[in-house]
Structures are given as structure tokens and as C-alpha cells.
Ligand binder design. Structure first.
Ligand SMILES: [Zn+2]
Length: 61
């Protein structure tokens, strides 16, 4: 696992607020990271706008 340069983030559905995806990105390219993304939500059964929330490794959620 890459430590220090990778930031984990969780994508939350903007409609039902459930966490549907976890990704990670390179901190050094933070200006290229989108904060909102349309993803498929299994709860809503549709594509919904998801909001990114950074998660620290080892802190649960
Ligand atoms: Zn949803």
C-alpha cells in the first residue's frame, strides 16, 4: 500500500446519503480531483450525483 501520497475518499449519494464507493487519489494532483460525480446508487436504483468525502486511513469511516 502506498502511504503518504494516496488519499482515500468515499463517495456518498447526495439523495440517500449512503456510501457507495471508495476510491483513492494522488494528493499531489488535488486540483484535478472532482468533488462531485454522477454514479449509480443501488439504493436509489439510478444514477445520482455523489459527493466526495476524504477518509483517513485507519479511522473507520
Ligand atoms: Zn442513493
Amino acid at each position: 500500500m502506498a502511504k503518504g501520497k494516496s488519499q482515500y475518499c468515499t463517495w456518498y449519494c447526495s439523495a440517500c446519503k449512503c456510501a457507495n464507493d471508495v476510491t483513492y487519489y494522488d494528493k499531489r494532483r488535488d486540483d484535478e480531483i472532482v468533488k462531485e460525480l454522477s454514479k449509480f446508487c443501488p439504493e436509489c436504483m439510478d444514477h445520482v450525483m455523489h459527493r466526495r468525502k476524504d477518509t483517513k486511513k485507519g479511522s473507520g469511516n
